[in-house]
Design a protein around this ligand. Structure first.
Ligand SMILES: [Zn+2]
Length: 283
């Protein structure tokens, strides 16, 4: 794969999400070597991303391409990324080796976003990370599966979508989970996939489900934007669940990874993992 050279130094006066579905806050972003710093022009809040640390689990061959993807993201998405995760990995190192051809994944316990494919899938997986929060009862869960307004909008619009003669996206489950994130109705899979697709659409102006989403799910998209606002108003410790237990868990995952089992390696709630498998080669 040809990798375009990385711009290792830039200053951007305005880095702003602006598309026909969303206009965000301007950011000032600068990059020097592997160190990114951004400032939210409305709140004045700074964020820092050390790209070498964020990508330390990615092999040397794919690192330049990922850096190029990351430096192309807008300040608003980068601020979310700086809060939500500590590592981006190859998809297989996030969701496991057993799901072959995985395009992307998110694993809250491992605290990883997995994809090296493209910015759309990366932002989709970041959407799952935003969605995964700690509730006041201490439970970690997806806001999209608990928020009554979002759920109601999704349910109502899914019913109308089906009543119009369409089918929802269904995952084929045999001995492994197969899901195609590139499918045009992927957003209808679940509340969580809908939220991740809405996040991708709002933050990048595009997602695989764009046409279905815009035509059949306008209220759900509006509620997703509402949830994004709610999440961004939360303290970081509710958004990013990485605590002292993590170091112990990291050892467990390392051990499990080393076993290279042919079965699902850890017992996690299916809802907490997004394993998006592409049927075509995404490179
Ligand atoms: Zn997903």
């Amino acid at each position: 794969m040809e990798v375009s050279p990385i711009n290792l130094y830039f200053r951007s006066e305005v880095s702003q999400v602006k598309n026909e579905h969303y206009a965000g806050v301007p950011y000032y972003v600068e990059l020097e070597d592997s160190f990114m710093r951004g400032t939210n022009s409305h709140t004045g809040r700074n964020f820092d991303i050390n790209l070498d640390e964020l990508l330390e689990l990615v092999d040397a061959k794919n690192k330049p391409g990922l850096k190029t993807i990351l430096t192309g993201l807008s300040g608003e998405v980068l601020e979310d990324l700086s809060i939500e995760t500590t590592h981006i990995t190859h998809a297989k190192d996030t969701v496991s080796d057993i799901i072959s051809g995985t395009a992307g994944g998110y694993h809250p316990q491992k605290d990883r976003l997995g994809t090296i494919s493209n910015h759309k899938i990366l932002v989709h997986e970041l959407g799952h990370a935003l969605d995964n929060i700690r509730f006041d009862d201490g439970m970690r869960d997806s806001l999209s599966t608990r928020d009554e307004k979002f759920k109601a909008a999704f349910k109502q619009e899914v019913e109308a979508y089906e009543a119009a003669g369409n089918s929802r996206y269904k995952v084929i489950i045999k001995d492994r989970r197969i899901a195609n994130i590139q499918n045009a109705n992927y957003c209808t899979r679940s509340e969580q996939e809908m939220f991740a697709e809405c996040y991708s659409l709002l933050m990048t102006g595009d997602c695989a489900s764009k046409n279905v989403l815009l035509r059949y799910f306008p209220k759900t998209l509006e509620q997703a934007q509402n949830l994004i606002g709610q999440i961004r108003a939360m303290p970081d410790e509710k958004r990013h669940i990485h605590n002292r237990m993590q170091s112990g868990l990291d050892r467990v995952y390392k051990f499990i990874d080393s076993l290279k089992e042919k079965e699902k390696p850890v017992e996690v709630r299916a809802a907490e993992i997004c394993a998006c498998v592409a049927t075509t080669n995404m490179r």
